[in-house]
Ligand binder design. Structure first.
Ligand code: PLP
Length: 435
């Protein structure tokens, strides 16, 4: 595929905007996945979004399956969330002092997420995982951390090793600037591999502060944990006095109101949250057992702070979002639509004779251009990225905005309808038939 063919799908205003941005911002974007590097070509520049649709600055409308990479489970510009934000910002956008609204959001989180007895609000998922690791080390007095290849936990130095998401997409699992020292206490294991986990604990057990994982992985495409893997994680860490951290930045409030831990019935010691918990504003959280979280300053001695943490506008968006999710509980309907979309995409690929695996949980789905089941990063890495790029651009041509990498899950919202899902399947049939 030539870059001319790919740029074909991008309007002239987006092309010009990208040229301008590239002279001002590294690579023209403020987060690497947005540059469309994994599929080749230029990104759409966005004007606005409403409901299930996103509109580019060339005035074209796309059915959105990115949803800001997860937060927009209620759909874009949800009126109740917009109202809450407008009301909050009119009262001042930041105070640097406590508010009652922070306790209300904390109550909502604690009520929802089984593992969380105390919670701290921060500004991004990266901050949440960075802080959770620090607290786990402080609480245990141990240094080592286990993470899994292909799991992404934000750009925390010690976790930017064999990371998924844009790091996997760009083929730079280890970033320049991360010192050997920063990654030196990180042990990387294959996902879903109980024997490797047992072996790591046999070797280092008494030195391991924490195991962190995505309890359903979104960042190497959608990968599902086996129940044996999750059960072993829980029992092995418990026995070793190691803190088990579920990174639910993507899965929290998405796979169930109480996240993957509620869906699977496995309770970790700590949990990180982001994306949905901030309702589309920069807000994230980490929390867990009271005895662990009480190590955090000023209750305890582990330092963690933030000028904008608990920001009243972000808290208003998050609180309104959680209130609606609790009241409406859209999860059964999201599950049904996820089944419908997954079956439809698989049928479309089968009809076209395209080797594939569709993996999904609830409203997170990945069509892997891979004939075999994907259980870990090595499996994911064997997927046909070039085929994914062709699929991506074909879908853009059909007005469907899919994740711009094979190694990302798509997300849909409670305002996506069955008719939209069927339209997406029809588009996929057409695109894959032309392969
Ligand atoms: N953890 C997971 C599982 C994520 O998917 C992400 C981001 O995609 C992060 C952490 C980092 O969150 P943020 O981009 O808000 O720093």
């Amino acid at each position: 595929m030539t870059s001319k063919t790919m740029d074909h799908s991008i309007g002239p205003k987006s092309l010009a905007a990208f040229d301008r941005a590239r002279a001002l911002i590294p690579g023209g974007v403020n987060s690497p996945a947005r540059a469309f590097g994994a599929v080749g070509g230029s990104p759409l520049f966005i004007d606005r979004a409403e409901g299930a649709y996103i509109f580019d600055i060339d005035g074209r409308r796309f059915l959105d399956y990115i949803g800001s990479w997860g937060p927009m489970i209620l759909g874009h510009a949800c009126p109740e969330v917009v109202d809450a934000v407008v009301r909050a910002v009119g009262r001042g956008s930041s105070y640097g002092a406590p508010t009652e609204a922070e306790s209300e959001l904390a109550e909502q989180i604690i009520d929802a997420v089984p593992s969380i007895e105390r919670v701290r609000l921060v500004n991004s998922g990266t901050e949440a995982t960075m802080s959770a690791i620090r607290v786990a080390r402080g609480a245990t007095g141990r240094d080592k951390v286990i993470k899994f290849a292909g799991n992404y936990h934000g750009h925390v130095d010690s976790l930017l090793v064999a990371a998924g998401s844009a790091a996997a997409t760009l083929g730079v699992p280890d970033s320049p600037g991360v010192t050997a020292g920063a990654g030196g206490d990180t042990i990387v294991l294959p996902y879903n591999d109980v024997a490797a986990l047992e072996e790591a604990f046999n070797q280092h057990g008494s030195k391991i502060a924490a195991v962190i994982l995505e309890p359903v992985v979104g960042n190497m495409g959608l990968v599902i944990p086996s129940s044996e893997f999750l059960n072993s994680l829980r029992s092995i860490t418990e026995k070793a006095g190691t803190i088990l951290i579920f990174d639910e930045v993507m899965t929290g409030f998405r796979l169930a109101y109480g996240g993957a831990q509620q869906r699977f019935g496995i309770t970790p010691d700590m949990t990180t949250l982001g994306k949905i918990v901030g309702g589309g504003m920069p807000l994230a959280a980490y929390g867990g057992r009271a005895d662990i979280m009480d190590q955090v300053l000023p209750a305890g001695k582990v330092f963690q702070a933030g000028t904008l943490s608990g920001n009243p506008v972000a808290v208003a968006a998050g609180s309104a979002t959680l209130r609606i999710l609790k009241e409406e509980s859209p999860y059964d309907s999201l599950d049904k639509m996820g089944d419908r979309l997954s079956e439809g995409l698989a049928d479309a690929a089968t009809a076209a004779g395209v080797p594939h695996q569709v993996q999904h949980v609830g409203s997170m789905v990945t069509l892997f251009f891979n004939p075999d089941p994907v259980r870990n990063w090595d499996d994911a890495d064997r997927s046909d990225r070039e085929a994914y790029a062709r699929y991506f651009w074909g879908m853009i041509g059909e007005g469907i905005y899919m994740p711009c990498s094979q190694f990302e899950a798509l997300f849909f919202s409670r305002v996506h309808t069955e008719a939209m899902i069927d339209q997406t399947i029809d588009a996929a049939k057409k695109v894959l038939a032309s392969f």
